[in-house]
Design a protein. Structure first.
Lengths: 114, 112
């Protein structure tokens, strides 16, 4: 069965500091990996995705993530955090083809201090 | 396209009442997903459809929950009778084939 673990429930960083949110997945084949962001009272917005190819993927809002198969990880990074990045971040894994389903991690809440 | 549209955005109902949540997927998308989000369990997939046909409903918690997709542009998730533990945010998402899934704004359900 596929699963996602986000070890950090809550992270606090200062504005301008770098950020790394951790994600580990379990999947029996080549995974499709995603990061979504959810602002309070809002739906989920896709930040970036990995399907294949270059293991370092760029997303919106200056975010990037690196797929490391040997570590079953897909960590999200941003070199300089802005106050508007405060939100909850979800990592998700899914397969391809007709059996595609997204399984989400429990999320990491990001607080940004001024 | 306006994206995935869910209604209502908020629903407060009394225990025992029937609740119907609605979703309009993005036009042309052939997959539709219903998720439930709670603090304790995070985001859980309840059921998904392909071309209006339910493919996997193993995430539906009980027989009190049912979902339908009568046509390509409309789906409902019904809870009857509702219970306080059903209180959550319910999300609908749609996608085209193996493309990206787009989520609606969600319906916040409170059962008192």
């Amino acid at each position: 069965a596929q699963s996602v673990t986000q070890p950090d429930i809550h992270i606090t960083v200062s504005e301008g500091a770098s950020l790394e949110l951790r994600c580990n997945y379990s999947y029996g084949a080549t995974p499709y990996l995603f990061w979504y962001v959810q602002s309070p009272g809002q739906g989920l917005q896709l930040l970036l995705k990995y399907f294949s190819g270059d293991t370092l993927v760029q997303g919106i809002k200056g975010f990037e993530a690196e797929f490391k198969r040997s570590q079953s990880s897909f960590n999200l990074r941003k070199p300089s955090v802005h106050w508007s990045d405060a939100a909850e971040y979800f990592c998700a894994v899914g397969g391809g083809g007709s059996n595609y389903k997204l399984t989400f991690g429990k999320g990491t809440l990001l607080t940004v201090n001024p | 396209d306006a994206g995935v549209i869910q209604s209502p955005r908020h629903e407060v109902t009394e225990m025992g009442q029937e609740v119907t949540l609605r979703c309009k997927p993005i036009s042309g998308h052939d997959y539709l997903f219903w998720y439930r989000q709670t603090m304790m369990r995070g985001l859980e997939l309840l059921i998904y459809f392909n071309n209006n046909v339910p493919i996997d409903d193993s995430g539906m918690p009980e027989d009190r929950f049912s979902a339908k997709m009568p046509n390509a542009s409309f789906s409902t998730l019904k809870i009857q009778p509702s219970e306080p533990r059903d209180s959550a945010v319910y999300f609908c998402a749609s996608r085209f084939r193996t493309g990206l899934a787009f989520f609606g704004q969600g319906t916040r359900l409170t059962v008192v």
